[in-house]
Design a protein around this ligand. Structure first.
Ligand code: SAM
Length: 308
């Protein structure tokens, strides 16, 4: 199989521990093909099924089989509120309940779960729980350090995900500050909005304002220097080490990659800092002002000054 040369639109990078060289094809329709070259053998793998559970996904609302009457009533109310069809679960399997739908918001007596036939995702604090505890003990958090966040700041989280960084930012900026979190996947946006609304973050935090949309578009409508810090934490092409909930998020997440225009918009909107996550340094990082974030143990976070 011929391997296209680096003059084409292939990005080159290496696995951190494994030795194979990987060439990754960047396509406009977000299909990604990995070509592994190991000992002269070429293997290809299409990643689109893994990373492109896009917004075309049809969503329904249902309950668990053992849901109480109050849980079923809540599910019906939320289905109307969110504008998704309500499907009576009765005693049916998830496969039969889903039919043509890609995922279901399943109301259980113990909370809400976003389910497919393969995976289940809940809103949970996860790593944010420990980070919030550290802050409460007066210890510094990496995001607070790198963003130099203080009370009253405005933070724009361009990749809300499960809301963990946003929750930490909300605690750091306090009730006088503001955190806007943008999520472009409708299923994730609905789950995280619902989770944040029912989570009591306490009086020391500001309420996070979730926004549904592509943050590149949302940023383009924001005024210059209207936020103190913009955070961009996009998905990596390949999964890293993470908790189970975060692996499930991958099933739904928007795979948009970091690119120069995203950083430019973020730098225009940020007064102080843009903080971005990337597994590998891209050739354009330096020209867009991105430098390794200070004080981080891993080189995955980058920072550029705002006001550009
Ligand atoms: C790695 S996760 C972010 C995790 C988040 N920092 C947290 O602490 O929970 C990336 C999230 O950003 C979302 N996303 C990716 N591209 C986006 C875009 N252009 N606009 C808005 N959200 C985006 C994905 O759907 C996914 O939920």
């Amino acid at each position: 199989m011929p391997i296209p040369g680096p003059e084409s639109n292939f990005l080159w990078f290496r696995f951190v521990l494994g030795q194979p060289v990987v060439r990754e094809l960047e396509c406009k329709d977000v299909r990604s093909t990995l070509i592994f070259v190991t000992g002269g053998n070429v293997h290809t793998e299409v990643l689109s099924e893994q990373i492109d559970m896009s917004d075309d996904l049809q969503l329904i609302v249902t309950t668990s089989r053992l849901a109480q009457t109050t849980t079923r009533a809540l599910a019906r109310r939320k289905a109307t509120e969110w504008g998704f069809p309500y499907v009576e679960r009765s005693d049916r399997s998830m496969e039969l309940t889903l039919q043509d739908a890609g995922a279901a918001f399943v109301f259980r007596n113990d909370g809400l779960v976003l389910s497919t036939t393969q995976t289940q995702l809940r809103f949970e604090l996860g790593t944010a729980a420990l980070r919030l505890l550290s802050i409460a003990r007066g210890e510094r958090d990496w995001l607070v350090n790198v963003g130099e966040l203080v009370e009253g700041h405005r933070v724009f989280d361009a990749t809300l995900g499960l809301g963990r960084d946003a929750l930490v930012a909300a605690r750091a900026v306090g009730p006088g500050g503001e955190v806007v979190g943008v999520e472009s996947n409708l299923a994730l946006f609905t789950l995280v909005s619902e989770g944040l609304a029912s989570h009591d973050a306490g009086e020391e935090s500001t309420a996070i304002r979730p926004v549904f949309g592509d943050s590149r578009e949302v940023l383009s409508r924001e005024a210059d220097a209207s936020f103190d810090v913009v955070v961009i934490d996009p998905m990596f092409a390949l999964p890293g080490k993470s908790d189970g909930n975060f692996k499930a998020l991958r099933e739904f997440a928007d795979p948009t990659r970091l690119d120069p225009e995203w950083i430019r918009q973020a730098r225009r909107v940020a007064k102080r800092w843009v903080i971005a996550k990337a597994r590998y340094e891209e050739p354009w990082f330096n020209s867009e002002g991105l430098q390794p974030a200070p004080g981080m143990k891993t080189a995955r976070w980058w920072r550029a000054s705002g006001g550009a």
